[in-house]
Design a protein around this ligand. Structure first.
Ligand SMILES: NC(=O)c1ccc[n+]([C@@H]2O[C@H](COP(=O)([O-])OP(=O)(O)OC[C@H]3O[C@@H](n4cnc5c(N)ncnc54)[C@H](OP(=O)(O)O)[C@@H]3O)[C@@H](O)[C@H]2O)c1
Length: 316
């Protein structure tokens, strides 16, 4: 079945939902923008991607404790089972796979009666490596998950939010979506792209009641680094074990240096996600960690050459 067919089927489910007759859909989609009005309690469904670990898992737990109906999605079936055992509504969702994304949206709508108040686009990974070692395939794989998957999922959820006349698209970007660091070029590029898509979407959705919010974490305690190193081994070291940059990347992995002082637990991200969901007029960007505030400021304040010199000292 083509992508279009899958898309149409999902939207048919929204249209045919017993809770949303055609008149209600028309009213909701043509009504005045109700800026940031919270959905009533039973409608507070939030779909979280990458809920198997780290930030996604913490956010899923925190939102559930706050009374949200969390649809916790995970890439691997064993994590879906674990999340179900923990009492979550859990669905399988691999951002690199369009069929999986469509199936996850259908399953989500079946669980929520066709309504989704929030989407937390969190699932992602980091492709480490100097750009000269990053193949086209590795760069594509990075974008497939961090950018294309999030975009495809967002497109499928948007008609649901439009029909509701409200919703929150929350994008887990990064400090590295604001400033570039060497040996993280592929990841940087994916998060810069997510920033651009989000800034555009925010303008396109103005007046619809759907808000687009970027979360900008700096270093957060999670399995992100070890997962990134495993990807680096698979995609770079397998082909080029003697790359001159291997030592530098391994040093970075083992020694967090000053970044370690600023590392926060994933609850710091949860706090900003709650603001993004609940604030009447959420900010387009929420910074998490001192490093994000500092580098966002420096990026604006310093000329490029001065910022490069600073980065070179920090990452010597
Ligand atoms: N930790 C940080 O310092 C930091 C800083 C800024 C931004 N972030 C962002 O925060 C998000 C979560 O990362 P984390 O720190 O919580 O790291 P993590 O513990 O490694 O979690 C990453 C999550 O993304 C999932 N994921 C990876 N590939 C996926 C795919 N193809 N489809 C669906 N899900 C996939 C992982 O699932 P599996 O368990 O199946 O791999 C896991 O649930 C990422 O977008 C990351 O870029 C993290």
């Amino acid at each position: 079945m083509s992508d279009d067919c899958g898309h149409a089927r999902i939207h048919a489910r929204v249209r045919d939902s017993p809770r949303l007759g055609p008149w209600v859909i028309w009213k909701l989609s043509h009504g005045k923008e109700r800026r940031g009005r919270m959905a009533s309690a039973p409608d507070r469904s939030v779909l979280v991607t990458g809920a198997s670990s780290g930030i996604g898992y913490t956010v899923a737990q925190g939102l559930r404790a706050r009374g949200y109906h969390v649809i916790a999605s995970a890439r691997k079936q064993e994590d879906v089972q674990r999340l179900s055992v923990e009492g979550f509504t859990a669905v399988q969702l691999d951002l690199a796979n369009s069929a999986s994304i469509r199936a996850a949206v259908e399953a989500t709508l079946a669980h929520t009666g066709g309504r989704v108040y929030g989407l937390f686009n969190n699932g992602g990974f980091g492709q480490l490596g100097a750009l000269e070692d990053i193949t086209r395939e590795a760069l594509r794989a990075q974008f497939e998950v961090n950018v294309f998957g999030a975009h495809e999922l967002t497109r499928l959820i948007l008609p649901v939010m439009r029909a509701q006349g409200q919703g929150r698209i929350i994008q887990n970007s990064s400090l590295l979506g604001l400033v570039a660091l060497k040996y993280r070029g592929a990841y940087n590029a994916s998060k810069f792209a997510l920033e651009a898509l989000s800034d555009t979407l925010r303008q396109e959705l103005r007046g619809t009641g759907i808000r687009v919010v970027l979360i900008e974490p700096g270093p957060i305690t999670s399995r992100f680094r070890e997962n990134a190193y495993r990807t680096f081994e698979r995609t770079v070291l397998c082909e080029n074990p003697d790359t001159a940059n291997r030592g530098r990347i391994e040093r970075w992995l083992n020694d967090q240096g000053s970044a370690g002082w600023f590392t926060l637990p994933a609850e710091a991200v949860l706090a900003k996600v709650i603001k993004a969901l609940e604030h009447d007029n959420p900010s387009p960007r929420y910074f998490v960690t001192t490093l994000t505030y500092a580098f966002a400021f420096l990026k604006r304040a310093l000329p490029d050459r001065a910022l490069d010199a600073l980065m070179a000292r920090i990452q010597a």
